[in-house]
Design a protein around this ligand. Structure first.
Ligand code: MG
Length: 246
């Protein structure tokens, strides 16, 4: 596992990590919400007579809603979605999601964030979500561990994941950090691509139905089966991330 860290340093021409912040994706990393997103998307698309499968929405995770809508519209209707269609579809999806989402956390998400916070690192959220319900819940479920000023949401960026903009803004909001001063925790291939494009060491945790290989192929430096595995491995990883070059 040590090689994942040294390979990154070599590839990016850094002498060492200098960890200051951990950037967390939200859906599927902190909250066990992806199953509700997928269900809401599928049912919305059915209502609008746009063909889709539940599982494909795990692949689009991290993209902003309008990009997902436009992708399906181009595939199924061979044209872009109009602004009115985009608004109507996204509104309905948001309604259904609010109805279904039970707000449950990914097991060990709280424990891991608390550990990282107690270790003295900044915890920040970088999400493609524009769901006000979830964003407000952060303050309840992770009291004192994240600050609103350090949160990047769908409202902050022009380009969603897989574009690097959200994670570049995450570095900026975490304190104008360089890529080797942060790591990213992601669960979605598009999110991994975004983090890797921003030049940040990326740990993927596979909390959904997609094969681990897709996360590795997206460029994740480490792929783990769960947040529990990350929590268990953290003390070893932390040694690598604060190690100074000799
Ligand atoms: Mg996610």
């Amino acid at each position: 596992m040590t090689t994942a860290f040294s390979d990154y340093l070599k590839q990016h021409d850094y002498k060492n990590f200098d960890l200051k912040a951990v950037l967390f994706d939200m859906d599927g990393v902190l909250y066990d919400s992806m199953k509700w997103h997928a269900k809401s998307w599928k049912e919305t698309m059915d209502e609008f007579n746009i063909s889709s499968t539940s599982d494909e929405f795990y692949l689009y995770e991290g993209m902003v809603g309008r990009s997902t809508i436009n992708h399906l519209m181009n595939r199924e209707r061979k044209r872009d979605a109009t602004p009115e269609e985009t608004d109507a579809i996204y509104k309905r999806k948001t309604e259904l999601f609010s109805e279904y989402n039970d707000g449950s956390l990914i097991p060990y998400a709280y424990d891991f964030v608390k550990q990282v916070h107690d270790d003295g690192f900044i915890c920040a959220i970088v999400t493609g979500s524009g769901q006000p319900t979830l964003i407000n819940k952060i303050e309840t479920n992770f009291a004192g561990l994240f600050s609103k000023e350090r949160m990047v949401t769908a409202f902050d960026v022009k380009h969603g994941k897989p574009h690097p903009e959200p994670y570049l803004m995450g570095l900026e909001k975490a304190g104008r950090l360089k890529p080797n001063q942060a790591i990213v925790i992601e669960n979605a291939p598009r999110g991994v691509e975004a983090a890797v494009a921003a030049g940040i060491f990326t740990i993927a945790i596979n909390t959904g139905p997609i094969p681990e290989k897709i996360l590795a192929d997206a460029g994740a430096n480490i792929v783990l089966p769960s947040m529990e595995a990350l929590y268990t491995n953290w003390s070893e990883y932390r040694k690598q991330l604060i190690a100074k070059a000799d």
